[in-house]
Ligand binder design. Sequence first.
Ligand code: ADP
Ligand code: MG
Length: 244
Amino acid sequence: MPHAPIVSLRDVHKSFGSLKVLDGVSFSVERGEVLVLIGRSGSGKSTALRCIDRFERIDEGAIEVCGHRVDDPGVDLRALRQDVGIVFQSYNLFPHLTIEENIILAPCAVKGMAKGQARDLARQVLAQVGLEDKLHSYPEQLSGGQQQRGAIARSLAMQPKVMLFDEVTSALDPELTGEVLRVIEALAADGMTMVMVTHEMGFARGIADTVVFMHRGKVHEAGTTAILASPATPELAQFVGTGL
Ligand code: ADP
Ligand code: MG
């Protein structure tokens, strides 16, 4: 069987009303690969990410994720979302549940996992993010960095085949950013396939297999991290120059 990418977007178009947000976007991510999406605010990064998980529907083009035809109206959303984990900028944890309860919720409700087994899994994923001792804490008792690591653990408990990260450190104080980035780094080293939007350029240089620079809804430049050192277009040069 020919091998297929884990995520592929082909000539994807998406508008909100008269605003064209994705204008023929194509990229693909192989198993175990880390793709970092960069670009100015408003360039379409979050929308591209949200289309992968079908939080947004596309107008034209094709998206395939772990064998699911995402643009097909009949796509099995439940199966798709079991394969795709997503973590956003704002903390995703339910405030009225402990960290353990947050983590076992979806495995029990969606996968029908037994509670005992889900609790074992919770311990395992919390160890992965260095939060073993916070099992019975509530989100508000944790720092922002710990909450974000808890949100990552909750995603991992669904054993996704690909993880999407949308500016997961942007809301954090600088001293808490590192602990979250280290968890993502460890996941990448473990072979997790990921698509990540980040403004942490130093981190992107260290972790990305592929960098995709978006500008006005288009993939303006893409390649290895070498494109950051020697941009081919004035737009990317300006972006890396200002770091914004
Ligand atoms: P980025 O993540 O690169 O900052 P986004 O994908 O969030 O960019 O947004 C791209 C453009 O689409 C922006 O102009 C934004 O205001 C607009 N946009 C995003 N989501 C919506 C929506 N649900 N309705 C209308 N406009 C939207
Ligand atoms: Mg965004």
